[in-house]
Design a protein around this ligand. Structure first.
Ligand SMILES: [Zn+2]
Length: 358
């Protein structure tokens, strides 16, 4: 395992982009109970991964055929981009309620206060969120204009000048307002897309692995969009707190971590999704291809602990800008982004941390 301090030095631009866009659950907590997963020892032959299709019946879902297409396309992309052979077990369909029932009570207690109730964010919540972003930006003080230039086109109230206080206020404002949009949007059952259930909260998706989750890959039709006190980034803020996929610790996972991807942005055509992506609607082929690319990206984190080679749009490990899946997938070229071709494409580049005492 490569410790953070042993990593090759990144260029300033890459450090900045890494800061803005890192979506793997990597903790900054200094508590000694935080530990990093070792890089998995992979079999020489095919890597078998267990899949759950986690359904919230309130939202459109992939058909069984479409899910199989996602998995089949992922097998090809993983081979193409990482030279690994993976095979997926037959997906097991479970309800989102059943998945969330596996969250241990003690973990819920530990993490409950990390969630911002965005419909009624208090001044203290807003100050805490702004401080979280300020802390992030302060580390890159010399490059704050680049941060502003990156975020400004997507802010609901773009800022003038280079006042970081204005920027963090605008980012938190954009995050909360875009999140509240989902409370105004109705699902097919007539109730708001984000209701009083906890399923949209990223904190819980980042915590499920502490319970009994016997899967390596979770595909869900649930929208994961939320505000929290940790891992808040410029990138998720401008998207309105949407996190399309994450790789995070799971004690029952074969290789230490589980992956979730959500297909909500591919299967729904809400006004805001259209604004954040680049097509009014996706064909079935687009939806399954983009879901497969997203899953392949997360599997790069899961099996190889790869990072994000920002600025190299040939790389599937370079994150999707906003939700622009078409641009992202059309620009991929595995031959221009081989493993070990740069630090973030070298196995072991990122740490996936977990609480040993949970
Ligand atoms: Zn990623």
């Amino acid at each position: 395992m490569i410790r953070k301090d042993d990593r090759p030095v990144l260029t300033v631009l890459k450090q900045l982009l890494l800061l803005l866009l890192l979506s793997v659950a990597v903790s900054c907590d200094k508590d000694p109970q935080w530990q990093a997963l070792p890089l998995p020892a992979l079999p020489d032959d095919t890597i078998h991964l267990r899949v759950a299709n986690v359904i919230n019946s309130r939202f459109p879902q992939l058909s069984d055929e479409q899910l199989q297409q996602v998995l089949d396309k992922t097998v090809l992309m993983v081979r193409q981009h990482f030279k690994l052979s993976v095979a997926f077990d037959k997906p097991k369909q479970i309800t989102i309620q059943k998945l969330f029932d596996s969250l241990p009570e003690h973990v819920k207690k530990e993490r409950r206060n990390e969630i911002v109730k965005f419909g009624a964010a208090s001044n203290t919540d807003i100050i805490n969120m702004r401080e979280s972003i300020d802390g992030l930006i302060n580390k890159y003080w010399d490059h704050r204009q680049a941060v502003i230039d990156y975020a400004n086109p997507y802010l609901l109230t773009p800022i003038e000048g280079n006042d970081i206080n204005q920027l963090s206020a605008a980012l938190v404002g954009t995050l909360l307002k875009r999140l509240k949009y989902w409370q105004t949007q109705k699902a097919a059952d007539g109730r708001p897309v984000i209701d009083d259930q906890p399923y949209n909260e990223w904190v819980w998706w980042d915590s499920l692995g502490y319970g009994e989750v016997p899967y390596d890959v979770v595909v869900t039709n649930q929208l994961v969009a939320s505000a929290e006190m940790y891992d808040l980034s410029v990138h998720s803020s401008i998207r309105g707190g949407i996190t399309a996929g994450t790789t995070t610790y799971s004690k029952q996972a074969r290789y230490g971590s589980y992956v979730y991807i959500m297909v909500y942005p591919m299967l729904n055509d809400s006004e805001m999704l259209v604004e954040l992506r680049d097509d009014k609607t996706y064909s079935s082929d687009q939806a399954t291809t983009y879901a497969a690319a997203l899953l392949t990206h997360e599997i790069g984190h899961q099996l190889l602990h790869l990072g994000h080679p920002f600025g190299n749009s040939n790389c599937i490990m370079s994150p999707t800008p906003l939700l622009k899946y078409r641009d992202w997938v059309d620009g991929l070229d595995a031959s221009q982004c081989a493993l070990n071709s740069e630090p973030s494409m070298t196995p072991g580049f990122v740490n996936i941390d977990y609480r040993a005492d949970w």
